[in-house]
Design a protein around this ligand. Structure first.
Ligand code: AVJ
Length: 329
């Protein structure tokens, strides 16, 4: 194993300040969900993936474990894997299969892209351990990480770009399409995109998944304010916030909000701003769009990809698509 850190600056700390400045005073008040993933946030997200009420990760894991050969073969047995938003790397491990098996057909290099340094370190250790691959980590946002990773492509190298976990669900539909077009431009014909999307399901199941009885998702959400208090000297009274998850059927998305139960004045010195919240005011922290299979494939086609195969688990929870890159750059 050899691990290379492709980007060592703290890209996330700097962008939290920028995000707070840019989004918190908008109407409605909002903060981008990428801010949820500091060390504690990443650990809380890992805990969410173990909750019986959050089916996303389990369904996708089953699909990858069951179909790993088909997925890799559909991707043309790539030389290089790039995973955007790798988290702890467990899905990549499933795709690679038992130790050493990954190298049987030639994955030589793995590029991991995530905003969380903890996730990158964990994933790099896990996938590099006992495998003859070069692992390069990029602490960057998706587009920058994808571009940086693809820029080091060797002549003739075939890339499979992995975007799993329904991370695409955090983009609104126009944003998703634009993002996919950007990914398309970093790839070449012969490359493949393997992408996971969570499917629409009954409202009560979605609400349990995003407002679980153990309160882990509530903690995950509130940690964003904890982070602003700690890193930016913010004065949010965390105890006065409620976690709220709701299903917006018109937009086909679950939304997470933080609602203040009382009026509060908040200073955030490192962002140079202050704000006043009334009782009942909320901050919108995440959208998680849910798709149906044909709508998702249409979006891929309109973004320059040709869906080649797809897999849906037997409970109809989750969709995994392998799409090839169409035409010339
Ligand atoms: C990591 C963005 C796919 O939207 O389901 C889990 C994050 N938020 N519980 C999702 C999340 C609340 C998750 N993604």
């Amino acid at each position: 194993m050899s691990i290379v850190n492709g980007q060592t600056v703290d890209a996330t700390g700097a962008s939290l300040v920028a995000d707070v400045r840019h989004f918190l005073l908008q109407s409605p008040r909002q903060l981008p969900s990428r801010g949820l993933y500091d060390e504690l946030g990443s650990s809380l997200f890992d805990a969410i993936c173990h909750l019986p009420w959050y089916p996303v990760t389990r369904a996708e894991r089953r699909l990858i474990a069951t179909h790993r050969h088909e997925i890799l073969s559909c991707a043309g047995w790539p030389d290089r894997l790039i995973e955007l938003g790798c988290g702890n790397g467990d899905k990549l491990l499933l795709l690679l299969g038992p130790h050493r098996a990954s190298t049987e057909r030639g994955v030589r290099r793995i590029d991991l892209v995530d905003v969380s340094p903890l996730a990158l370190a964990t994933a790099a250790r896990a996938v590099g351990d006992d495998r003859d691959v070069v692992v390069v980590t990029h602490q960057l946002r998706y587009e920058d990480g994808a571009a940086r990773a693809a820029a080091s492509r060797l002549p003739g190298e075939r890339i499979a770009l992995l975007f799993l976990g329904s991370n695409i669900g955090n983009f609104d539909p126009p944003g998703a399409r634009q993002f996919l077009e950007t990914l398309r431009k970093t790839l070449r014909p012969g490359d493949c995109l393997v992408i996971g999307a969570d499917l629409v399901k009954p409202e009560h199941e979605l609400l349990l998944a995003y407002d679980d009885p153990l309160g882990v998702t509530a903690a995950f959400n509130k940690n964003l304010l904890v982070r602003i208090n700690r890193e930016m000297g913010g004065t949010f009274d965390i105890t006065a916030f409620d976690h709220r998850a709701l299903w917006n059927a018109d937009e086909s998305r679950v939304e997470m909000h933080l609602v203040s139960r009382k009026p509060q004045h908040i200073d955030i010195p490192a962002a140079g701003l202050s704000l006043d919240l009334r009782a009942g005011d909320s901050i919108w922290t995440e959208s998680s769009y849910k798709y149906d299979p044909s709508r998702f494939s249409d979006m891929l086609r309109r973004s320059g990809f040709a869906p080649a195969r797809h897999w849906i688990d037997h409970e109809g929870q989750f969709l995994l698509v392998a799409a090839s890159v169409v035409g010339d750059q």
